[in-house]
Ligand binder design. Structure first.
Ligand code: SAH
Ligand code: SF4
Length: 356
């Protein structure tokens, strides 16, 4: 074999649409119908290697192995929590690290929490990813692949990935086009319904408006955490760019355009945003808006001194909200024994210096 073999570009087949896969397979000297078979193995059977594509001839498999891969994420660490949560750390082709988490729920839902960026530029002080700073935007396929990998593993166990939340590392609306492209791939290729996909944003008002105009049924979650500008800016610097008024204006626009309910996320921090006064302000702010509040006790992180609010305090907080006609749910923190908060596995691994 001559040296030209080394120059062959290895193609990640997840990068290709149906037509492109057809061209690629044809370019390998194969019949076009093989592309249909490969597509089915990838997205219906969800196999993780070419060898499992059992109706392809050996010669085709050999050519695929020489020229193509199924995915580009390199698994670095896998953790299992006692509550069934599974967490992954991946290395991207250029060395950047990202995390994704799979959370099984009692009602058979299987939810993947995926990253849209390596690190995050938004700098929320309580967030492990924010403390890390920004690496880069992920491509649509790098976002999609995190879900694809869980879908493949679940398929092997006879289970299906049912829900996706963009609540891993990064701010999806700061990487708008790739995040939306990934959403479309999740819907088309993994057959996950838009209503089972949630995008969570720190509050980029212009992108919330743009998202409202997409005509998608995808759910929107907005991380609020504070009701007063000065204090919200101290926790979430993005508030200096789009303050609470501008954010809520965009949220009202979203509800008006879509008739869909917004979820507001509230990381409950003892003494910081769990008081009756804060609950009253939140009730006033959200009263009359089609919305729901998700309260998650703060997950403590190394770079922030805040501690989670007490459950009795949170219950009271919810009662006050109810008085304003605002519904709320308290979320259980998942995977506590494996530090499943976003960015925490990377921080832990880096501290142990296991990633070279
Ligand atoms: N960048 C997006 C999505 C990723 S973060 C956003 O900020 O919405 C997903 C959720 O986790 C957000 O609501 C975020 O505020 C919250 N979060 C981040 N760090 C947290 C922590 N230490 N404890 C609890 N919630 C946290
Ligand atoms: Fe980024 Fe979201 Fe973390 Fe803020 S909370 S730093 S926006 S990932």
């Amino acid at each position: 074999m001559d040296g030209s073999h080394k120059d062959l570009k290895i193609v990640n087949l997840y990068e290709l649409g149906r037509e492109e896969l057809g061209e690629f397979v044809f370019g390998l000297g194969e019949k076009r119908y093989r592309a249909q078979q490969i597509w089915g193995w990838m997205y219906e059977q969800r196999v993780d290697r070419f060898e499992s594509m059992s109706n392809l001839p050996q010669a085709t498999l050999a050519r695929l192995n020489e020229t193509a891969t199924l995915g580009s994420l390199e698994l670095i660490v896998r953790q299992h929590s006692g509550d069934g949560t599974e967490k992954r750390l991946y290395r991207l082709h250029d060395g950047q690290l990202i995390e994704s988490v799979l959370m099984p729920y009692d009602d058979d839902r299987m939810t993947a929490c995926i990253s849209s960026q390596a690190g995050c530029a938004m700098g929320c002080v309580f967030c492990a990813t924010g403390q890390m700073g920004f690496g880069r935007n992920l491509t649509a396929v790098e976002i999609f692949e995190q879900a694809m990998i869980f879908a493949r593993e679940l398929a092997e166990r006879g289970q299906r990935l049912s829900n996706i939340v963009f609540m891993g590392m990064g701010e999806p609306f700061h990487n708008y086009d790739s995040s939306l492209e990934a959403v479309r791939q999740l819907m088309a290729r993994l057959k996950i319904g838009a209503r089972h996909i949630t995008i969570s944003t720190v509050g980029l008002a212009p992108q919330i408006r743009r998202f409202a105009d997409e005509g998608l049924q995808v759910k929107l979650a907005v991380s609020l955490h504070k009701t007063e500008d000065e204090q919200r800016s101290a926790l979430m610097p993005v508030n200096k760019r789009w303050n609470i008024d501008e954010l809520l204006d965009a949220c009202r626009y979203y509800v008006a355009q879509t008739s869909r309910r917004i979820t507001f996320e509230w990381a409950a921090i003892a003494g910081e945003n769990d008081t009756d006064a804060e609950a009253q302000r939140l009730g006033q702010l959200l009263s009359g808006l089609l919305c729901h509040v998700n309260i998650i006790p703060l997950n403590p992180t190394g770079g922030y001194t805040g501690v989670p609010a007490h459950s009795a305090r949170i219950e009271r907080f919810c009662r006050v909200l109810r008085g304003y006609g605002v519904s709320s749910t308290v979320r259980v923190r998942r995977g506590l024994d494996i530090d499943a908060g976003c960015g925490q596995l990377i921080t832990a691994v880096m501290q142990k210096d296991q990633v070279g």
